[in-house]
Design a protein around this ligand. Structure first.
Ligand SMILES: NC(=O)c1ccc[n+]([C@@H]2O[C@H](COP(=O)([O-])OP(=O)(O)OC[C@H]3O[C@@H](n4cnc5c(N)ncnc54)[C@H](OP(=O)(O)O)[C@@H]3O)[C@@H](O)[C@H]2O)c1
Length: 281
């Protein structure tokens, strides 16, 4: 594993997503998570109260229990509809119970919704003060939303913006990622493998991607992860439910993409030349 340091936290460049985990084969999924933690250093785990209405958090409880808690970095998220009702403490406590831990490392507002921004910051700061969470951040915030947040009192304490970013979704490169870098807000990229079956198959099946991956001794999925981690200043979160995919995906992922290959990828999947609204899943 390779790491970055953000606001004093040493974080793995690649973390585990848990969307839709805990719903079908929890025993196999828990084993995959343990394998990732122990053999690959995937100690950063992303979940949300929304995922399986708490089932993903519950899947994590026995996994978390098996390790020194300080070894893991757990990200969780509150739904905007709950934040709008002011249920920060209640939701956070329910998540803590499902996770079987006493503190969440990073707690995010899942997306903007109709949440009052200053009220969100104030509530997140109270959760930090009271020790329920260690850091707070946001997810799916586009540039104007980040600007609004950064203008709030204590808004600059926002640890991260977790956003959709992958080889085929590079819109954030235009102005959102530069803004985050300027304000020391960590970008956490989600869905680096393009999430849904058809989008992933289209990217992984692309002739340029396939040929490049083969030449570099990677799978297309592993190449897509190499793309996401290439600048070493973002955390990337992907999901797999089984050990075979996990091993393929992590194969040679930290080998740099040669400059010529990067140019070919950019020709195939061009970064934007103007502003587009941030895509979300
Ligand atoms: N903040 C947000 O709003 C938000 C939104 C979406 C996602 N996320 C987070 O980001 C995480 C990752 O995103 P994601 O789950 O949407 O998508 P992803 O990681 O881009 O793709 C996951 C899909 O790729 C498949 N896959 C993995 N390796 C494969 C391989 N070698 N060959 C074929 N298929 C492979 C997985 O299937 P198998 O399980 O069969 O391997 C799974 O269906 C989520 O789990 C979640 O924690 C956050």
């Amino acid at each position: 594993m390779e790491y970055l340091t953000h606001r004093g936290e040493k974080l793995p460049l690649i973390g585990f997503g848990t969307y839709r985990l805990g719903e079908r084969e929890p025993a196999e999924e828990a084993d995959t998570l343990r394998y990732g933690i122990e053999k690959l250093g995937m100690t950063l785990i992303d979940t949300a109260e929304m995922y399986g209405s708490g089932l993903s958090e519950e899947l994590l409880r026995p996994v978390i229990k098996g390790y020194d808690r300080s070894l893991l970095f757990i990200i969780d998220k509150i739904l905007p509809e709950n934040a709008e009702k002011g249920l920060y403490r209640e939701c956070c406590q329910r998540s803590l119970e499902r996770l079987g831990t006493d503190c969440i490392d990073l707690y995010l507002l899942h997306w903007r919704g109709g949440v009052d921004m200053q009220d969100m910051v104030d509530n997140m700061e109270i959760l930090v003060r009271d020790g329920l969470i260690r850091h707070w951040g946001v997810s799916n915030f586009d540039t104007h939303e980040m600007e609004e947040l950064l203008a709030c009192k204590n808004g600059a304490n926002c640890f991260c913006d977790q956003i959709l970013y992958n080889l085929t979704e590079r819109g954030a490169e235009y102005d959102l990622i530069p803004l985050c870098r300027e304000h020391d807000v960590l970008v956490i990229a989600y869905s680096p493998l393009c999430n849904c079956c058809s989008a992933r198959m289209a990217a992984a099946g692309d002739e340029v991607v396939k040929a490049m991956a083969e030449r570099e001794g990677k799978t297309p999925e592993s190449l897509m992860l190499s793309f996401a981690v290439r600048q070493r200043d973002m955390v990337t979160i992907f999901k797999t439910s089984g050990i075979p995919h996990l091993l393929w995906d992590m194969q040679n992922v930290f080998l740099p993409i040669p400059e010529g290959d990067m140019a070919a990828l950019s020709a195939r999947f061009a970064p934007p030349e103007k502003k587009y609204p941030l895509e979300k899943i």
